[in-house]
Design a protein around this ligand. Structure first.
Ligand code: PGA
Length: 253
């Protein structure tokens, strides 16, 4: 299994279906035929049908931003893996820090959602990252290790082939403050080492590890040039087709 660069946009709660269609058409046009990385846009759930339609037959793949961990039932407001799959979704972000912060997401529910996504043939982009306080307290590596061990508890090595890990320091998300290349590389390398320990060197070498947190058109090339950074999870800059395209073009060939 060969390591793939994946540039994924996380639109968060932005864009109505018609706005999503227009922006995706712009992104598709600007990136037609590019193969150096996989291009994924994780859109709001309500935008998914329009997004899948707008990207049909192109190299742009659609993802969701969350998935419930049960097959179906009395879970008002939730969306199942089977629903996403039937709509043409290929990826789902799990455990984003905003979900942890505002919607009670825990390492345990991240684990359940990851297992459910993988069991239903979705690829999971699992987010981990420390807060500023945790970084200052010097517990970044301990915390990341706990998040990773718990997120992937019981997940087989075979299933892990459909997992991307996104390292997103919480203090860098939407703040304009990016981790330095060295800070980002250090944690991504640590994550790869941990995967080697928990699974195998082969899986560690093959798994895609993204950096996320104020990645933009200006800083992407430097971050993506680091040995252990295999892509980005991009919020703000994925809402602008030219910026997102520059990030895609920053992937080293
Ligand atoms: P940002 O968001 O690029 O706007 O910092 C990244 C993310 O939350 O995935």
């Amino acid at each position: 299994m060969e390591r793939r660069y994946v540039i994924a946009g996380n639109w968060k709660m932005n864009k109505t279906p018609s706005e999503a269609k227009a922006l995706l058409e712009e992104i598709v046009k600007a990136n037609d035929g590019k193969t150096a990385c996989d291009i994924v846009l994780c859109v709001p759930a309500i935008d998914i049908p329009a997004a899948v339609e707008a990207t049909k037959g192109t190299n742009v793949i659609i993802g969701a931003q969350n998935v419930h961990f049960k097959d179906n039932g009395a879970y008002t407001g939730e969306i199942s893996a089977a629903m996403l799959k039937e709509c043409g979704v290929e990826y789902v972000i799990i455990g984003h820090s905003e979900r942890r912060q505002y919607f009670g997401e825990t390492d345990a529910t991240v684990n359940l959602r990851t297992a459910q996504a993988l069991a239903n043939g979705l690829k999971a982009i699992v987010c981990v990252g420390e807060t500023l306080e945790e970084r200052k307290d010097n517990i970044t590596f301990d915390l990341i290790a706990i998040q990773i061990k718990r997120a992937f508890k019981g997940i087989s090595e075979e299933d892990m082939k459909n997992v991307i890990i996104a390292y997103e320091p919480v203090w860098a998300i939407g703040t304009g403050e990016t981790a330095t290349n060295e800070q980002a590389e250090e944690v991504c390398a640590f994550i790869r080492g941990l995967i080697a320990e928990l699974y195998s060197v082969d899986l560690a070498n093959a798994i895609t590890i993204q950096y996320g947190g104020s990645m933009n058109a200006k800083n992407a090339a430097e971050l993506l040039a680091m040995d252990n950074i295999d892509g980005g999870l991009i919020g703000g800059a994925s809402l602008k087709a030219p910026d997102f395209t520059t990030i895609i073009d920053s992937v080293k060939a």
